[in-house]
Design a binder for this molecule. Structure first.
Ligand code: AMP
Ligand code: MG
Length: 423
């Protein structure tokens, strides 16, 4: 007997579902914060250099500042002695001018005398000492003719005032912070952290601290989702476990609304036949679409708003909740952070084993290793959507496209690394 294939009305492709969710979100507003707190945050302004860098001509070495006319034709057999008329440490603001026959000892980073044309490193002179406190000699001998500008870091050679040095939308890294402080910029505007409320639904759920009793399981989704949210640079607020009761669900959602969160994220209670209190409460106070997404795991997905606040209901099975987050919630949070162009890169690997799928776009848990300069992939044991160990042991999601039902060993497969993993 063959049954006619009947697609329910709301069966969406992964990219359709992603698109519908994304269109609902936009970048959050900005806040000014000290650069000391800015690592990992997203710049919301262009940074324009307010200084030339270096801000003054300075020496790149410990040595002696000279005028080229004093060292014409100097070489090993024809050394020249110049009179040392100044000692210029880093930080000194005294402006020295050299007359002919004169030199000044100068330290790395110190202001170069106005008319000096090169610095000769101390090791290229007959005064090869760097000890602090060692008195400068009266004269010093030179053995070679330096090039014009040698060992001088000149004003503005790195950065020109007015140049755009960092662009809005960039994630701030440690070297960017060093650079901002070089420019004397103590504060920057960044996107504020999106605020995400997270709760779990289900009478079977216990917090991690509570020992199990018959019929109960530990809530794992809300802990995992909180970590996923924080890894992206948003703030997660774990509201907790909500029993399967309308008032409890409503109370929890109202708490999220009071905090004016940017997104309410729940898990479970979206599959057909679930005791569905989330559905009735959200629908009464906003709207909720239940989608069947053509993917595995994570087919059921709810999306809507509660009193105007965006709501995403992920499936309850932990692997499904994880994959649902990665595919639907991650892009939404990245958009809130103005990082819409950030995509999880896709790579290709060769399958080490046969893989069967069911025609839905599948995200299978796998391990990628490198063999002979190529990525190879195997599955991490059984792929049940409750088996979180398959994700714990995996470092990648292998992506089997829609309509493909099997791939033999040796085929090429797309994968994306699970964030925080390496291969
Ligand atoms: P449901 O969507 O409520 O039918 O849940 C689907 C499956 O996921 C059931 O086996 C639940 O016990 C399980 N589940 C639901 N929520 C969680 C959670 N927060 N942590 C771990 N498992 C869960
Ligand atoms: Mg449930």
């Amino acid at each position: 007997v063959t049954f006619p294939q009947k697609l329910p009305a709301q069966m969406l492709s992964v990219s359709e579902a992603q698109g519908r969710i994304l269109s609902y979100f936009s970048a959050v507003d900005s806040v000014a914060i000290p650069i000391q707190e800015s690592v990992g945050r997203v710049l919301s302004e262009d940074i324009i250099a307010t200084l030339d860098l270096p801000a003054f001509n300075n020496s790149a070495v410990d040595g002696f500042a000279v005028k080229l006319s004093d060292l014409k034709d100097v070489h090993r057999d024809n050394p020249v002695r110049l009179k040392v008329v100044a000692d210029i440490p880093a930080g000194s603001d005294s402006v020295v001018t050299l007359s002919s026959g004169q030199t000044a000892r100068i330290m790395t980073g110190a202001l170069v005398p106005e008319n000096a044309e090169a610095i000769v490193p101390v090791e290229d002179t007959d005064f090869n000492y760097r000890q602090l406190g060692m008195a400068i000699p009266e004269t010093v001998g030179f053995y070679q003719e330096p090039d014009l500008g040698a060992h001088i870091r000149s004003l503005g050679e790195d950065v020109r005032m007015g140049e755009r040095v960092l662009a809005a939308g960039k994630v701030i890294r440690p070297q960017d912070i060093g650079f901002l402080s070089m420019l004397g910029i103590p504060k920057v505007h960044v996107r504020r952290k999106p605020q995400i409320a997270i709760f779990s639904t289900g009478d079977e759920l216990l917090p991690v601290e509570t020992p199990l009793s018959p019929g109960k399981i530990h809530d794992s989704n809300s802990y995992m989702l909180k970590a996923l949210v924080e890894q992206l640079g948003a703030d997660a607020w774990q509201i907790g476990i909500v029993p399967d009761q309308a008032e409890a669900v409503e109370d929890c959602l109202d708490r999220a609304v009071l905090q004016r969160v940017d997104l309410i994220l729940s898990s479970a209670g979206v599959s057909v036949g679930a005791f569905d209190f989330v559905r009735s409460v959200v629908e009464r106070n906003g709207s909720l679409d239940f989608w069947r997404v053509n993917m595995r795991p994570g087919k059921p997905l709810a999306f809507g708003n509660y009193k105007g606040f965006p709501f995403i209901g992920l499936p309850g099975n932990p692997v499904s909740a994880y994959v649902g987050f990665e595919i639907f919630v991650r892009p939404a949070i990245l958009k809130m952070l103005d990082l819409s162009n950030t995509r999880q890169p896709l790579f290709k690997a060769q399958l080490l084993e046969d893989v069967i799928s069911d025609g839905r776009e599948s995200y299978l848990r796998g391990v990628i290793t490198e063999k002979d300069g190529q990525f190879v992939a195997r599955l991490t044991g059984h792929q049940g959507s409750g088996n979180l160990l398959s994700l714990v042991q995996g470092n990648a999601l292998l992506i089997i496209p829609a309509k493909v039902k099997s791939l033999p060993a040796g085929s090429e497969v797309d994968f994306r690394l699970i964030s925080g993993s390496e291969c």
